[in-house]
Design a protein around this ligand. Structure first.
Ligand SMILES: Nc1ncnc2c1ncn2[C@@H]1O[C@H](COP(=O)(O)OP(=O)(O)OP(=O)(O)O)[C@@H](O)[C@H]1O
Ligand SMILES: [Mg+2]
Length: 465
């Protein structure tokens, strides 16, 4: 047994004193530290004062019972593996706890030591594996990688930190950012890093449908609820039960749908269109938008109460132009997926391309970057992406290179340097950046082509003297 597992603390919860003592001794005989609790409330105290690695709990107990205890553990997002003990004949109930509350497994009483030992070993091993994966992804996030996202700029480090903070709890999250900044990727990362990762991830675009259709998609409908409702259908909330629901472009949601959504968020119950009964759902909601919801509230287009309900945790995503530092990492990550997708062997982009990318305004943010790279990858097929592989817009971009983009090694910017030397270095560098295209270089430098030619001739003659 691995040493961190053998030092594990196992909380044993049982209201019958005799059984509690037996179970405690049994757990201790496996080499673990048993933490006994004679009621659900005692178990809560133990959980808040001691680091517990696994729980063995009776299901039926007076007062705060095993079910409430497991619900509490799940809501805290602690992911402590729990084994449920059940009296003979109540396997169905125990099974539903295992499925609904994701308890590790159940065990019928009287407990057989061999079986409990094997179950505890597996449960603790699973906990260790989860902890290791978490550690690894934490480590990677410090290196600018989190799930499918890359970026080590300070702006993205802040985003990764917020994702990590929000993930374990079941609170609503509002992700904001311009088009293509990675809002859906953030929502998926939160889901993957949350205790709901094993549950479904459902996404719905609130802008895509008119109000009534939207409601039938969200809440489902009964057979005959409206013309065309030929059979009953579960809505997104029911489909996402036990998992996460992404409400994309929430700013576009119709006011009447907003009111219904608020009600569902408040009491976690949905009623299908045309139905009477309400269904309890356990769904974590993440909303995404590229609108300014605060100003939509002022214009009375968005409900203020809904905004506050959704915005328990807010994660704003910066536009690409505010994280140009991430460009090389983003390019490498995107090229890797594109190579796989198209069977290409593109390795990188040229310095000139990277420089052009740094000048570009990127209104479509990372999605636009991906599209530009996809086209270029297909054209280049292998090696380095050059300027000629990019769309015309990038090639005829005449913005002058900012001085800081010129490698200072190329320019004699030192006290005492002659202005004519500086001019020569600047002209030569601009020429190089524009693949020796004299017309373009002259245009960028704001001089005539004739002046450029005469300057170059002058430099040549200086060298040959
Ligand atoms: N940090 C990142 N690292 C790597 N790829 C990214 C990152 N952010 C976004 N992408 C990629 O950019 C594209 C757009 O991302 P996504 O769909 O999440 O953006 P969005 O904000 O939801 O866009 P929209 O507003 O258009 O719905 C996807 O291909 C995604 O994989
Ligand atoms: Mg999106």
């Amino acid at each position: 047994m691995n040493s961190s597992i053998s030092r594990a603390r196992v909380l044993v919860v049982e209201d019958d004193d005799e059984q509690l003592t037996d179970l405690g001794q049994m757990v201790a005989s496996f080499g673990y530290t048993a933490v006994p609790a004679s009621s659900g409330n005692r178990a809560l105290e133990a959980l808040s004062s001691t680091k517990i690695d696994a729980v063995v709990t009776d299901l039926v107990m007076p007062g705060f019972d095993g079910l409430s205890l497991l619900r509490h553990i799940k809501e805290r997002g602690d992911a402590i593996p729990s084994i449920v003990l059940t009296a003979f004949g109540s396997i169905d109930k125990a099974m539903s706890v295992v499925l609904d509350l994701k308890a590790f497994w159940f065990l019928e009483k009287p407990v057989q030591p061999k079986v409990l030992k094997a179950l505890l070993e597996r449960a603790l091993l699973q906990k260790n594996l989860i902890a290791q994966t978490d550690l690894m992804s934490r480590h990677l996030s410090h290196q600018g990688v989190l799930c499918d996202m890359v970026g080590s700029s300070p702006a993205m480090a802040q985003v990764f930190y917020a994702i990590r903070q929000a993930a374990p709890a079941s609170v609503s999250v509002l992700v904001t950012g311009k088009s293509g900044t990675g809002k859906e990727l953030v929502a998926r990362a939160i889901h993957r890093l949350s205790p709901r990762a094993g549950g479904p991830f459902v996404a719905i675009n609130c802008a895509a449908l008119p109000a009534t259709l939207m409601e039938s998609e969200l809440f489902g409908y009964e057979k005959g609820a409206f013309t065309g409702a030929l059979e009953r259908r579960a809505g997104c909330f029911e489909q996402a039960d036990g998992g996460t629901l992404l409400l994309d472009e929430i700013g576009e949601m119709a006011p009447e749908t907003q009111a219904k959504l608020l009600r569902v968020l408040e009491d976690s119950k949905v009623r299908r269109l045309g139905g009477k009964a309400e269904t309890q759902v356990d769904v974590r909601v993440i909303a995404a938008t590229n609108c300014d919801l605060e100003s939509a509230v002022t214009k009375q287009k968005f409900r203020e109460d809904l905004l506050y309900r959704l915005k328990v945790f807010a994660i704003p995503l910066p536009p690409l132009t505010e994280r140009l530092h991430d460009l090389p990492e983003l390019i490498a990550a995107i090229l890797a997926t594109l190579n796989k997708k198209h069977g290409c062997r593109v390795t990188d982009v040229s310095d000139e391309v990277l420089w052009r990318f740094k000048q570009h305004r990127w209104p479509g943010n990372i999605r636009e970057l991906r599209n530009v790279l996809e086209r270029a990858t297909i054209i280049a097929n292998e090696g380095t992406i050059e300027l000629r592989h990019l769309p015309g817009g990038f090639q005829s971009d005449f913005a002058p290179p900012p001085v800081d983009s010129l490698e200072s090694g190329d320019l004699p910017i030192q006290p005492g340097a002659k202005l004519s030397d500086l001019e020569e270095a600047y002209i030569r560098r601009t020429l190089k950046l524009n693949a020796n295209n004299k017309r373009k270089t002259a245009e960028i430098l704001g001089i005539s082509e004739r002046t450029l030619y005469s300057r170059l001739a002058e430099y040549e003659s200086r060298q040959t003297v």
